[in-house]
Design a protein around this ligand. Sequence first.
Ligand SMILES: NC(=O)c1ccc[n+]([C@@H]2O[C@H](COP(=O)([O-])OP(=O)(O)OC[C@H]3O[C@@H](n4cnc5c(N)ncnc54)[C@H](OP(=O)(O)O)[C@@H]3O)[C@@H](O)[C@H]2O)c1
Length: 315
Amino acid sequence: MQTNDKIFVAGHRGLVGSAIVRALKNESYNNILTRGREELDLTNQAQVNDFMARERPEYIFMAAAKVGGIHANNVYRGDFIYQNLIIQLNLMEAARQSGVKRLLFLGSSCIYPRACSQPMKEEYLLQSELESTNEPYAIAKIAGIKMCESYNSQYGTDYASVMPTNLYGPGDNFHLENSHVLPALMRKAHEAKINKSKTLSIWGTGKPMREFLHVDDMAAACLFVMKKAGHKPMLNVGTGEEVSIKEVAELICKVVGFEGEIIFDTSKPDGTLRKLVDTEKINKLGWKAQIGLEQGLKTTYDWYVKNESEKCRVD
Ligand SMILES: NC(=O)c1ccc[n+]([C@@H]2O[C@H](COP(=O)([O-])OP(=O)(O)OC[C@H]3O[C@@H](n4cnc5c(N)ncnc54)[C@H](OP(=O)(O)O)[C@@H]3O)[C@@H](O)[C@H]2O)c1
């Protein structure tokens, strides 16, 4: 990938897409193509075909998707399967027809079975049943992986896919119902501090172990994989390190400056007890996460305070 190659970042206003654009600019890429949803609706095949035929990008980062936490995944099941599948179908087929050099598809660690051995290796895909709450989203993502593999096999395309663990960072979604665990916790801790609350209530026992990757590390991994021709079609991306929900909540309270007590609401479910991706494959290729959790939480909180805290209070 050369600095003047035409690179389309789909979903450039999202958490990952905006980080990819930042990373590309930091590395002096100067021909970055972006379109907002109001100009190019990726669920609309005619618009996508027209855009790709006209612009002919050489590289595509597919960071556009319907994304959300457990609640949104479980309630808007139809939206999650329909929008994700159709965005993938439209973009990957139009990319093939317009002769894109390389495409990177973003999947998710939700593709792995519900009772998957830990850490989750790429080979564990499709070995047993999926978690039911996010099954429609996972099925769409699995279809994306298989579409990359099938197109590479039949048409000789160079499509790769990466499976990120839980991501966080500047640009995250801090909506209380639709967001992921880390930004939701950060917002609750911030509001508890502002409201001078004595306690902060958290769902479950705090014991489940999770992995969190800063989005700038994710963007670095995306560029790393995109630069490698003929790479493996599917790679996990994570830190390889686990932290309990209790530890992450304590760290968030420290970063936010909430000094009250954390209460664990054990009447609420814990979810899966361990969820960690195996990153041996991408590590062996030469990529490793660089940003520690506390450092990453600080930059995320700075961003939240500057950009989102006022907006969130009136949601
Ligand atoms: N966040 C995580 O923890 C996480 C973890 C694993 C995998 N991933 C994957 O990483 C990718 C990016 O996720 P993210 O967290 O960056 O999501 P995000 O912040 O919600 O961003 C998604 C982007 O996609 C765009 N988009 C959605 N539907 C569109 C449409 N019909 N036409 C045009 N644009 C559309 C959105 O545009 P608007 O700005 O107009 O809404 C937004 O910019 C996704 O594939 C996701 O599955 C994320």
